[in-house]
Design a protein around this ligand. Structure first.
Ligand code: SAM
Length: 174
């Protein structure tokens, strides 16, 4: 499993210590990436098979990732609890405020998911409600200080660039 671009392209922004959360982790590419960087990583998801694969991978690589089967829509993280939260390819708008609250002061959110504007047969959810509207990540996380943002929509040469998704890195003000 590889990490999402929002993490791999922005790894230089990560702290070297602290608690990190891979939220709706799936097989946990982001969790493994964060653990390799020395962070204390938790990885939450509803799917036990995905979590078991992540447990196997972290054991094989000698990385400490604490997995938890958890409905993240019903049980968001506690306030002021993580230095880093990463969310990729998951969108449940009602928990966005709780994600902001869950960051420690100075903490960073790395978020990437699918946009409704997309190329044909580009993958991801079919239903528009599970996809971001134009600039929606900016609105959902407007309480954070914007550190990095990318969303290209369908502008220009569609054979080039980074399409079908948006990414945001934001920091909670200290
Ligand atoms: C498209 S996958 C993305 C996985 C991973 N973040 C990635 O980018 O590869 C969406 C994940 O969200 C998880 N998920 C969906 N609803 C959830 C919920 N209510 N609580 C916890 N996990 C949930 C699914 O089990 C799945 O692993």
């Amino acid at each position: 499993m590889v990490a999402a671009e929002v993490l791999s392209w922005n790894a230089h922004l990560l702290p070297t210590t602290g608690r990190a959360l891979d939220f709706a982790c799936g097989r946990g590419g982001n969790a493994l990436f964060l653990a390799k960087r020395g962070l204390d990583v938790e990885a939450w998801d509803l799917n036990p098979e995905a979590l078991a694969l992540l447990d196997e991978a972290s054991a094989r690589l000698g990385l400490a990732v604490v997995t938890q089967r958890r409905d993240v829509e019903q049980n968001p993280p506690a306030a002021d609890s993580f230095a880093v939260i990463c969310v990729s390819h998951f969108l449940y708008r009602p928990i966005c405020a709780a994600l902001v609250a869950a960051l420690k002061p100075g903490g960073l959110l790395f978020y990437q998911t699918f946009t409704d504007a997309r190329l044909p047969e580009s993958g991801g959810p079919r239903r528009s409600e599970y996809r971001l509207q134009p600039n929606e990540l900016l609105k959902l996380f407007s309480p954070l200080q914007l550190i990095s943002y990318r969303e290209e929509g369908l502008v220009g040469d569609l054979a080039k660039g980074w399409r079908n998704k948006a990414l945001l890195v934001g920091q909670k003000r200290a």
